[in-house]
Write a protein that binds this ligand. Structure first.
Ligand code: F0G
Length: 468
């Protein structure tokens, strides 16, 4: 159980400020203010942990973090709180943890050759306690909610944020209020939220409707919003960049590639990498690219329209983004038409020289099966990365010999129906081209169908032989 203390809230203000990212505003607010958008201009907020002015020695930080990896103290075991020097909380931190982070970085030979790369690494964030990358950020957001004394923590979700909030709120003994688009969440994700005791509201609408409602509800003083517009979520999630670089022996990969939904993940990783550079822990930024599903790709559309002056940082970035009215994809986790963190996500990609592109349903499905052949299971949204890397290699943005890390965001068991349909050849996608019609089948190019085999040794051996 976390300890509540007024002192924690008071002293937290010294560890940084919340700052508006709008170039013509830049207003700053104490960490103790329960705000999600800039009260002055409505702009997006981020936390400035005063790391630029920090006199921390990079070698000392590396040593401290490496030593904690061998500790049994809960605050050190957590892959978020281990990096507490760069987080906006003063000790004693009333941290809420399920021992998030510490996720594996796998070499993936088959996926690499599928993409046309010499090698590819997969950072599997689906190995977090609730099976998705949301847990690192949620640990920080729920800790802040507890420090502020909130009664109910809410989120809109396509399923994973919900499961994560439900679990962390349960740990903290606080109510989780969850808004889900009715009928659009995988049964596994919904079951998690139910099991962790959250107040689940199935809303008649899509994710973007739920997000709008969350922003309205957030005005109530008893409520704390845990979506990625909350800058404390981003703080917890940025530690993934620290952990990844530690696993890479502080040698920056050429490219890091993430799926894009609400754009919280791109924002968090981008912030983490920029801080690592500021602190002298790495020598250059990786190029950060974001991959969206074709039917839910508002930022990829916007990116395709950017002019060369914007790439060179000589012209301001766009102020608006046209939403996708009816987002469509079988990767339900990223079925989002109006991502709330698009400005911060776009800024991170632009600063790093990355790309934002879209991939088709067929490309996602085949990439997912290929990742599976490396012995690594992920949910469909995660596979946009490998599908996107294949395209970026083909277009020359990624060189075959460059080092690439794909961030997998969710576990394969988050959506087993999808997997089963793919392999049995029954996966189909409602293209939405004509109302009520056009189910487009998705071919299982790497389908692996179970065989019905007689209960004899010889029949089983023959079956193995056929499929060797
Ligand atoms: N991958 C998975 C498995 C996700 O659940 C999400 C987002 C994303 C990628 C996209 O990440 O939003 O940071 O760009 N899921 C949210 C949710 C929207 O409610 O679980 P993002």
């Amino acid at each position: 159980m976390p300890q509540k203390s007024a002192k924690t809230v008071e002293t937290a203000a010294e560890k940084g400020v919340q700052r508006c990212i709008a170039a013509d505003c830049g207003a700053s607010y104490p960490l103790t203010e329960r705000i999600y958008l800039c009260p002055r201009c409505g702009g997006t907020l981020e936390i400035d942990c005063h790391l630029a002015a920090s006199s921390r020695n990079p070698a000392e930080l590396r040593k401290t973090w490496a030593a904690r990896a061998g500790s049994r103290e809960a605050i050190d075991v957590s892959g978020v709180w281990r990096y507490r020097e760069v987080l906006p909380f003063d000790e004693p931190i009333p941290f809420v943890t399920l021992f998030e982070g510490n996720t594996p970085l796998y070499q993936a030979a088959r996926s690499a050759s599928y993409c046309g790369l010499d090698n590819l690494r997969l950072k599997h964030q689906g190995c977090n306690p609730t099976g998705s990358f949301k847990d690192t950020g949620m640990s920080a957001a729920v800790t802040q909610a507890v420090a502020l004394g909130s009664q109910t923590i809410i989120c809109a979700s396509t399923g994973n944020t919900a499961a994560s909030l439900a679990a962390y709120a349960a740990r903290a003994g606080v109510q989780a209020g969850i808004l889900l688009p009715h009928g659009q969440i995988t049964p596994a994700k919904l079951a998690q939220s139910m099991d962790y005791g959250a107040a689940v509201c199935e809303i008649d609408g899509n994710f973007d409707d739920c997000m709008r409602l969350v922003q309205e509800l957030g005005a109530d003083p008893s409520i704390y919003v845990a979506n990625s517009i909350n800058p404390f979520r981003i703080e917890g999630q940025k530690t993934v960049a620290y952990e990844m670089m530690e696993q890479c022996n502080w040698e920056t990969p050429d490219h890091v590639v993430v799926p894009g939904g609400n754009l919280g993940n791109a924002t968090a990783l981008g912030k983490g990498f920029e801080e690592l550079l500021t602190l002298g822990l790495i020598k250059r930024l990786p190029s950060l690219s974001v991959i969206q599903a074709e039917g839910a790709a508002p930022l990829a559309h916007l990116f395709a329209q950017l002019i060369p002056a914007q790439f060179a940082g000589e012209a301001p970035l766009p102020r608006t983004m046209a939403p996708v009215e009816n987002p469509r994809t079988l990767a339900t986790a990223i079925k989002i038409g109006a991502p709330v963190s698009w400005k911060k996500g776009l800024r991170s990609v632009m600063r790093s020289g990355g790309r934002i592109i879209a991939v088709s349903e067929q490309e996602i499905a085949d990439a997912k099966a290929m990742i599976g052949r490396d012995g690594v299971g992920c949910e469909p949204a995660s596979a946009t990365t490998v599908a996107g890397i294949k395209k970026l290699v083909a277009s020359g943005h990624i060189g075959p010999e460059e080092s690439v890390v794909a961030v997998l965001t969710g576990h394969v068991l988050k959506d087993p129906d999808y997997v089963s349909h793919y392999h049995r050849g029954t996966l189909a996608f409602d293209s939405g081209a004509k109302a009520g019609a056009s189910q487009q089948p998705i071919a299982g190019a790497f389908a692996n169908v179970p065989e019905r085999v007689a209960a004899t040794k010889s029949a089983i051996l023959a079956s193995f032989e056929r499929r060797r």
